[in-house]
Ligand binder design. Structure first.
Ligand SMILES: Nc1nc2c(ncn2[C@@H]2O[C@H](COP(=O)(O)OP(=O)(O)OP(=O)(O)O)[C@@H](O)[C@H]2O)c(=O)[nH]1
Ligand SMILES: [Mg+2]
Length: 492
């Protein structure tokens, strides 16, 4: 973890109001339900005496930091005459400052029963601790300079990770990989800002304290870095929110067959009768850590059947919600003209959606058919097939499924290498600040290039500094902090 100064933090915005003054807090750190063990965490100046008051075993106050002892908890605090034994536990003592929160921390590991765990928490509150609010332990780590804001957020992300891949990215955030770099850029900019502002004070004398070349290089470097981070948000968002892929096409194109192949099980009814699927069917599957939501739709055609017509209406609506449309064309169709017309109508209707035109039933087509001719016909480029498959054989060929997934990853720009994963932005809050910082950096570059006024330059550099600071938490705003930490669960 990189060195951040707690002093700056506390002074920045009167964060003491966030209710952290020297109270000792307690909460269960593990989820409810029967389990082998359960952990109750206590943090604050009285953590040791509070637990000591109900502990039978070695005196906790006599222990060295990072020591675990076995003993019993007794229900002291109400009617001490009849104080019953509650559980056999392991108590671990961590003394400030080298603890997760920067305060004294005591962890009680008891047997994993909700009844005992709740009773222990209750007894600890009777003996001087108070129930922690959501995210309060992590908030204290942040306030005491143990983690920066991006790292604190990473802890929340990690707990909610839906795949090993997301969790790896959150771990990179927790290690401070990109916030450290951003902090460094910010520190350099701060130095230069001081010099630019000094120049403004001496404006009569026309002196340059700030090295323009250095500033330009710094802005350029920051720009490249931010550009890469902004681009990574596509993957970051996909990992947290998933990618929505809508399978569309004319009746009988093989949409439901493809859906089943992609899911790896027979989720949807398939039949040779056109108009089989009449409702939207959604199912999720994870590929390389990215959650995909596939939507099978009713085949697109004009129909007299009221129910099918409603299905078609829904299919068309679904298309507008897709991150990617897999548009299936039946290559063996007798009426390819009709297929092509539908493709171009759809492309015209949704110019800004990513559409992959997939030719299906390749197993039924031989080299000499009209399909080959159509795709090679330069006069009708909009008819081109992007990708050819046989959904039927994909059902039994996993390698074909993998290939199609890889194509989808490529199209949605999610094919990011493992090394680049260290620097993936997953938070929308970070994304917004990065975008604002980048815009300010571009304005500053323009001021420099066009010899604009020092005032404007200083305002833009200041804006970059502010926005980067919001990401790392070097600039804090109480509302933002409470919002971030209140989204955590209690005990975190
Ligand atoms: N030979 C061959 N047949 C296929 C292929 N894909 C699908 N089929 C067949 O085509 C017929 C229609 O398949 P479905 O998957 O139900 O087609 P759909 O697009 O969902 O049709 P609707 O729900 O009616 O819009 C079925 O008999 C499938 O077995 C393929 O790649 N090759
Ligand atoms: Mg179907």
């Amino acid at each position: 973890m990189q060195g951040t100064q707690p002093e700056t933090r506390r002074d920045s915005n009167g964060s003491e109001n966030l209710g952290m003054k020297s109270e000792t807090i307690v909460a269960r750190a593990t989820p409810r339900g029967a389990s082998a063990l359960s952990i109750i965490r206590v943090s604050g100046p009285n953590a040791v005496p509070v637990v000591d008051s109900i502990f039978e075993g070695k005196r906790l106050s006599a222990l060295a930091s990072h020591t675990a002892v076995v003993g019993y908890l007794r229900a002291v605090g109400e009617d001490s005459e009849a104080a019953q034994l509650i559980d056999q536990v392991v108590v671990t003592v961590f003394l400030a400052p080298h603890t997760a929160t920067g305060e004294d921390v005591v962890e009680v590991t008891c047997h994993g029963s909700d009844v005992t765990s709740d009773e222990i928490v209750r007894l600890l509150t009777l003996n001087g601790a108070r129930m922690a609010g959501p995210g309060e332990f992590t908030l204290r780590s942040f306030m005491n300079g143990k983690v920066d804001l991006a790292q604190a957020e990473a802890i929340g992300e990690m707990i909610h990770a839906r795949s090993l891949r997301s969790s790896r990215i959150s771990l990179a955030h927790l290690r401070g990989e990109y916030s450290a770099e951003l902090s460094l850029v910010r520190a350099h900019l701060l130095e230069l800002l001081a010099l630019i502002e000094l120049e403004l004070d001496f404006s009569e004398e026309d002196v340059d304290f700030a090295d323009r070349n250095r500033l330009e290089a710094l802005l350029q470097g920051a720009n490249v870095k931010m550009e890469a981070l902004l681009a990574s948000y596509r993957l970051g968002r996909a990992l947290t929110e998933g990618i929505r892929v809508v399978i569309a096409g004319r009746p009988n194109a093989g949409k439901s067959t493809l859906m089943n192949a992609l899911l790896g099980y027979e989720r949807v009814i398939v039949s040779p009768i056109p108009g089989t699927t009449r409702d939207e069917i959604e199912a999720a599957v994870t590929f390389r850590g990215i959650p995909f939501q596939f939507v099978d739709t009713a085949g697109l055609r004009s129909t007299e059947d009221v129910i099918e017509a409603e299905g078609v209406r829904r299919s068309l609506h679904s298309l507008t919600t897709a991150d990617l449309v897999l548009y299936l064309v039946d290559l063996s169709s007798q009426d390819l003209e009709q297929e092509w017309r539908t493709v171009s109508e759809m492309r015209t209707a949704m110019p800004d959606r990513t559409v992959l035109v997939v030719g299906n039933k390749s197993d039924l087509v031989d080299e000499s058919t009209g399909v080959e001719k159509a795709t090679k016909d330069g006069a009708r480029p909009e008819w081109e097939i992007d990708y050819e498959i046989s959904a039927l054989s994909m059902l039994s060929q996993e390698s074909q499924v993998t290939k199609l997934f890889e194509e989808i990853e490529r199209l949605t720009a999610l094919n990011v290498s493992l090394e680049d994963e260290q620097q993936v932005v997953t938070s929308q809050r970070h994304f917004a600040h990065l975008r604002a910082a980048k815009a300010a950096a571009e304005r500053a570059q323009f001021q420099l290039a066009s010899g604009g006024s020092g005032d404007m330059l200083s305002a833009d550099v200041r804006a970059i500094i502010e926005h980067i600071g919001e990401i790392t938490g070097e600039v804090t705003n109480e509302d933002v902090l409470s919002q971030i930490f209140s989204s955590f669960c209690i005990g975190k």
